[in-house]
Write a protein that binds this ligand. Structure first.
Ligand SMILES: [Zn+2]
Ligand SMILES: [Zn+2]
Length: 204
């Protein structure tokens, strides 16, 4: 049995990950279509963790919360993005995700317990405010959101983005993880920290 399952949804091909924890299933992000995938596969998330508040990662969050009654957690800086229906309209995005209210807020810090799975939570702003990465030392992976991709990094031209902030945070918090750490990004294939340190052209 694999320790996580991936769903790719929405017009930006956004990844959702369903990760097995001792006390249930943790869903990371909720792109368009995630609810349908979960229902079709007979999967039940017990917790929804949001890496960051961009629409393509939260489009199905409110529906999933309603359907499964799962708790939703995100960083405080993501709240304005996910709870205000007009937030994205002011920037010309035509998508209108149903706003979702988090049940609890997540801060940066080591050894945080989510359904009895332990994650080090990293705050990695630069792609957008409140962007979180979840590192499982035990399972040797990082759910990274949109900060680091195979051969690329997150865009910084959206509201609250800042290129040098992103680079600085990647070097100080993400690239210091063990080389063998698998990175489960918000878009595209799984990679590793070592692979990106060696070959990612944005990190030179
Ligand atoms: Zn994003
Ligand atoms: Zn994204």
């Amino acid at each position: 049995m694999s320790e996580f399952q991936t769903f790719i949804g929405g017009i930006f091909d956004t990844n959702a990950y369903l990760v097995k924890a001792p006390a249930g299933e943790i869903l990371f992000d909720a792109p368009t279509g995630t609810l349908g995938w979960l229902e079709q596969q007979n999967l039940t998330p017990h917790l929804l963790l949001i890496t960051h508040g961009h629409i393509d990662h939260i489009d199905d969050a409110a529906k999933i919360k309603k359907r499964f009654g799962c708790q939703v957690g995100c960083h405080a800086d993501s709240v304005p993005l996910i709870s205000n229906p007009d937030f994205f309209k002011q920037f010309g995005f035509f998508l209108e995700p149903e706003p979702v209210q988090p049940d609890f807020l997540i801060s940066e810090g080591k050894s945080q317990d989510f359904l009895s799975s332990i994650f080090d939570v990293l705050l990695v702003p630069g792609h957008c405010p409140g962007s979180l990465c979840f590192f499982s030392p035990e399972q040797n992976f990082l759910v990274g959101g949109d900060v680091l991709f195979a051969g690329s990094i997150g865009r910084t031209d959206l509201p609250g983005g800042n290129h040098s902030e992103l680079i600085e945070n990647l070097f100080s918090k993400v690239l210091v993880l063990p080389d063998g750490t698998r990175v489960l990004p918000g878009h595209g294939p799984v990679t590793t920290i070592g692979e990106e340190k060696r070959h990612n052209p944005f990190l030179r």
